[in-house]
Design a protein around this ligand. Structure first.
Ligand SMILES: [Mg+2]
Length: 188
């Protein structure tokens, strides 16, 4: 199978890293329990332009200092041995180098990496069978065209329900969904 995989809050804990640096920038002290919005910067009352200034300043450190989620590295290694793995992240190209170094540092193998906002278009072009992502908007967009998404559970995506959206609250469950999808593809 060709599997597309998001980075932030799917492979790694982006929430903690963002809060750490956004707290430094703002003097506020939010914790992961406060996060109920995919767009963490809105917690701080920033608009997109204000967020971009902060993100351009701290983005490198945010991305370098993010930790992999439990079992993500081990299961990605298993998936890499059996499937085609494309990392698909909406991070801007500015952070391509730190992203690739981070993946190397954590010994995460993959076949391709694409930094792009339009993930649906990318998944169509690259003939990706399933996307693993935490973004509620991606899950809804993919479900509209009957493309399966494994939605990595985060507080801000609990409201998404659809037959094409498979929920996973950890990487063990992600692997179970992948194994099931792969066995269905073999049968067809
Ligand atoms: Mg994400």
């Amino acid at each position: 199978m060709h599997i597309g995989i998001d980075l932030d809050n799917t492979i790694l804990d982006a929430t903690s890293a963002h809060l750490h640096y956004y707290n430094i920038a703002s003097g506020l002290s939010f914790t992961p329990d406060d996060v109920n919005d995919f767009y963490i910067y809105r917690l701080y009352g920033w608009d997109e332009a204000e967020r971009n200034v902060i993100y351009n300043k701290y983005g490198h450190d945010i991305h370098w200092n993010s930790s992999p989620l439990p079992m993500a590295v081990e299961i990605l290694q298993q998936l890499f041995n059996q499937h085609q793995i494309s990392i698909i992240t909406a991070r801007p190209l500015l952070f391509r180098e730190v992203t690739i170094k981070w993946l190397q540092h954590h010994k995460i193998n993959y076949h391709n990496i694409t930094l792009i906002e339009n993930k649906l278009q990318e998944c169509m072009n690259s003939k990706i069978d399933v996307l693993i992502d935490d973004g509620p908007h991606y899950a809804e967009e993919f479900a509209l065209v009957n493309k399966p998404v494994i939605l990595y559970e985060q507080p801000y995506n609990l409201a998404v329900t659809n037959d094409f959206v498979l929920r996973a609250s950890n990487w063990i469950e992600v692997k179970e969904h992948i194994d099931h999808l792969a066995s269905k593809l073999t049968l067809n």
